[in-house]
Design a protein around this ligand. Structure first.
Ligand code: SF4
Length: 434
């Protein structure tokens, strides 16, 4: 029996694709192994979001070949798509697939076993108009399933390579999504995360559906108890959107609303399509309909031309919004994007001071947010246990620990929050409510 190890760098979309490829190999009788084990085939779903992502991708491709010099090494994903020439120069790589053609990987690997001939299957993604079907039925050892609902992005933020790596927006057929979610529900999954490269664009290409309609239909699937959205942009949040979501009990009260900067001048330079005023409005609407909502975000510091006062403005805006968590990214120039060629690049030392200050703010805000729920009873979906504790997450994505020797995996139970420490909550199960 041959074996395969499939690994994704970067985002949840890459991970979902990686799992789908591993499943396709398993269907052909391959044993699925971990990436650090000796295998006959290694599939690395590369990431191109930063130059560091490129480097890590190259390193991993070389590393896996050392585990088994006879193995077939496949480079797939965003870095393979945007710089196939760089990968062709790495002798350890045998097959290069971009962000489409994943369904061909099994056949290409089998062909390689007999012919031992290197191949690059990357083609022009900007001409792609159809969603490439992928699906996952089982996910070993997980309680949360990521469902890819669309691919591509047509926003062209000035710092981002993704539109060139993923091509234009292509939405997945609604029936196909519902079929995958129903299968996962039959396999015991209670929580799904609707994910994509630009989730808010779902349906905007073919006008056959839209995000709200899709969520409503997913919420009707028996067995699914929680629906999360991966990152969305503030422009999608209207009164109707928030109100409708608040009437569906399965929809998690957690929204990752990408901000990127709290300074309008910087947002414009980033080619983001909203202002801070619009952003704040979206936050207020969500809080009006879901008072316990967790709003998390990403902020880039040290974007080219971001002056001290622009940064201060961004910092103060983040304070005003009051996030449950901020993912802070010091700006990193990405080859091939307009921002990489902009004047006034900010020195690394300044970026790191700005990042540290914002991370400290995020830590304080996270503790404050979790602290608001002390004494309250929250439903927790339990995921894993260790050292006499079982941990899981609430609908608004607070990590909760309870002390127990029971196996609570995949159960949703009410927990009274008793304590908050180190960005997590501790509590006890309310037995009388179960
Ligand atoms: S919205 Fe902007 S940051 Fe997000 S993937 Fe598209 S171009 Fe990149």
């Amino acid at each position: 029996m041959k074996s395969v190890a499939s690994f994704a760098l970067g985002c949840k979309v890459n991970q979902a694709e990686s799992e789908a490829v591993a499943e396709a190999f398993a269907d052909k009788g391959y044993e699925v192994k971990n990436i650090d084990e000796k295998a006959d085939v290694y599939i690395i779903n590369t990431c191109a979001v930063t130059n560091f992502g490129d480097k890590k991708s190259r390193q991993l491709l070389r590393k896996v070949k050392k585990l088994n010099p006879e193995a077939v090494v496949v480079a797939a994903g965003c870095y393979a798509q945007t710089d196939s020439a760089a990968l062709e120069s790495i002798p350890e790589v045998d097959i290069i697939v971009g962000t489409k053609g994943r369904h061909k990987i099994v056949d290409e690997v089998e062909r390689f076993f007999s012919e031992r001939k290197r191949v690059c299957l990357v083609s022009d993604i900007m001409k792609e108009h159809d969603f490439e079907p992928i699906s996952i039925r089982k996910l070993a050892g997980r309680t949360r399933a990521y469902i890819k609902i669309q691919d591509g992005c047509s926003q062209f933020c000035s710092y981002c390579i993704i539109p060139y790596a993923r091509g234009p927006v292509r939405s997945r057929d609604e029936e196909d999504i519902l079929k995958e979610v129903s299968n996962l529900a039959l396999n015991g999954f209670k929580e799904v995360v609707l994910t994509g490269i630009h989730v808010a664009s779902y349906g905007k290409d073919n006008h056959k559906s839209d995000l709200l309609t899709l969520i409503k239909r997913v919420s009707l699937i028996n067995g699914i108890e929680r629906i999360r959205l991966s990152s969305v942009e503030p422009n999608i949040v209207t009164e109707e959107f928030a109100h409708e979501l608040s009437t569906m009990y399965k929809v998690c009260h957690h929204f990752h609303l990408s901000l990127q900067s709290g300074c309008d001048k910087t947002l414009e330079a980033m080619n983001r399509k909203y202002t801070t005023e619009k952003y704040l409005q979206a936050v207020e609407i969500l809080r009006k309909y879901m008072p316990d909502v967790a709003i998390t975000t990403d902020i880039i510091v040290g974007f080219p031309g971001e002056s001290d006062s622009d940064y201060e403005e961004s910092f103060r805006f983040a304070e005003k919004v009051g996030f449950a968590k901020i993912h802070v990214f010091p700006y990193s120039p990405k080859k091939g994007t307009p921002a990489a060629g902009m004047k006034c690049q900010i020195p690394s030392a300044i970026k790191s001071v700005r990042a540290s200050k914002l991370i400290k703010l995020s830590d304080d805000m996270e503790d404050r947010f979790i602290g608001c729920f002390k004494g309250r009873v929250l439903d927790v979906l339990f995921e894993k246990g260790e050292g006499g504790f079982f941990e899981g997450h609430t609908s608004n994505y607070i990590k909760v620990f309870v002390k127990t020797d029971e196996n609570l995996r995949n159960m949703i139970l009410p927990v009274r929050i008793q304590d908050v420490s180190a960005k997590a909550a501790y509590g006890e199960i309310c037995r009388q409510m179960t």
